[in-house]
Design a protein around this ligand. Structure first.
Ligand SMILES: CC(C)(COP(=O)(O)OP(=O)(O)OC[C@H]1O[C@@H](n2cnc3c(N)ncnc32)[C@H](O)[C@@H]1OP(=O)(O)O)[C@@H](O)C(=O)NCCC(=O)NCCS
Length: 201
């Protein structure tokens, strides 16, 4: 018996459907814009580091080091799915160059933390329209987490915003990034807006 016209083509499409669906799938990640009022924020005091760690202020020739710490901090994290460049060494270098080129780039809100083994944590800050301080990427290399470096970095960035005369700051965080959301809440950030980021694949 002859197949109904187009049947084999339909069957092929049905068989292909799961593959096509997975190729075309879009995932929506919930993101929170969180803000903080900087008036009265005790940033400088709280930016103290545990004994063997030191602050490293921004210098142009540290761009590659910020990028590398960013890559080591984000490569296996949820944000590497939301922003694939964060899971890629060259992507992190590109992103770092973009942040540096922003007109509002703030050296005073951009820091590395170092210890005898090398650089272990990074944060970058820019001034956005508002004006308002924007924390870009906060990252602590996994084996150095849980000892207060993330909190100290946020305090240090906020102090940089205050020194630049800013009175408010914000950041965006993926809602399921529990560690980061808890950290920001504990510092006084509150949710200002919910956003959804569409990611292919
Ligand atoms: C989020 C991140 C920067 C936290 O750095 P950290 O140095 O481990 O954080 P701290 O030790 O300063 O912890 C400060 C607070 O954060 C919260 N926190 C940190 N890790 C947590 C975890 N695993 N679960 C829940 N809360 C956590 C707690 O409130 C903690 O305070 P506490 O120690 O008094 O309980 C780090 O996990 C990281 O680099 N993650 C990958 C990159 C990333 O997602 N960055 C944020 C992008 S928005």
């Amino acid at each position: 018996m002859l197949p109904v016209a187009g049947e084999s083509c339909c069957r092929a499409l049905v068989e292909l459907a799961p593959t096509l669906r997975s190729l075309m799938a879009i995932t929506y990640y919930k993101r929170l814009r969180m803000e903080i009022d900087l008036d009265g924020h005790g940033a400088t005091l709280a930016a103290a580091l545990p004994g063997r760690f030191v602050w490293v202020p921004w210098e142009e020739d540290l761009l590659a080091d910020h990028a590398e710490v960013k890559f080591q901090s984000f490569r296996y994290e949820i944000d590497a799915y939301v922003f694939p460049c964060l899971g890629d060494r060259y992507g992190c270098q590109r992103l770092m160059r973009e942040i540096r080129r922003k007109p509002g780039f703030l050296p005073g809100a951009t820091w590395l933390i170092a210890c005898p083994e090398g650089y272990v944590a990074t944060v970058q800050g820019v001034m956005d329209l508002g004006p308002i301080g924007a924390i870009q990427n906060l990252g602590v290399i996994p084996s150095y987490r849980g000892i207060g470096l993330g909190r100290a970095l946020v305090h240090r960035a906020l102090a940089g915003f205050q020194e630049a005369g800013l009175r408010r700051a914000y950041l965006e965080v993926t809602a399921e990034n529990n560690a980061a959301v808890q950290l920001y809440r504990s510092l006084g950030f509150h949710r200002a807006k919910t956003l959804y980021k569409a990611v292919d694949g």
